[in-house]
Design a protein around this ligand. Structure first.
Ligand code: SF4
Length: 93
């Protein structure tokens, strides 16, 4: 698998679609806010969010600093949702 496909190398563009898959903090914040706008999903508390995101941040399956290799979710969204777990076979949270 190429470094671009793993997200561990320097290339920042998705080899499949050719557009950047790396999000700036502002873009990520906007997407997360848009996702939660108008809906009231059950969320975990801030401490649990932070615990999950810390584990994602150290995870080798985190692509582009934002996306889980297993589910394609933005971890900033997935980690906030109650009732969801880390989708890896050896779940990390
Ligand atoms: S959700 Fe799980 S597998 Fe995906 S990046 Fe986070 S810790 Fe890694």
């Amino acid at each position: 698998m190429s470094e671009a496909a793993t997200g561990r190398g320097q290339p920042s563009d998705c080899p499949g679609c050719g557009i950047s898959v790396r999000l700036s903090p502002g873009e990520l914040e906007r997407i997360v806010a848009e996702y939660f706008r108008g809906s009231v999903p059950e969320l975990v508390g801030v401490e649990e969010q932070e615990r999950r995101l810390a584990l994602c941040g150290e995870c080798p399956d985190l692509l582009y600093g934002s996306t889980c290799r297993h589910c394609g979710c933005l971890v900033e969204v997935r980690a906030r949702l109650a009732g969801l777990a880390c989708p890896a076979a050896m779940s990390r949270w």
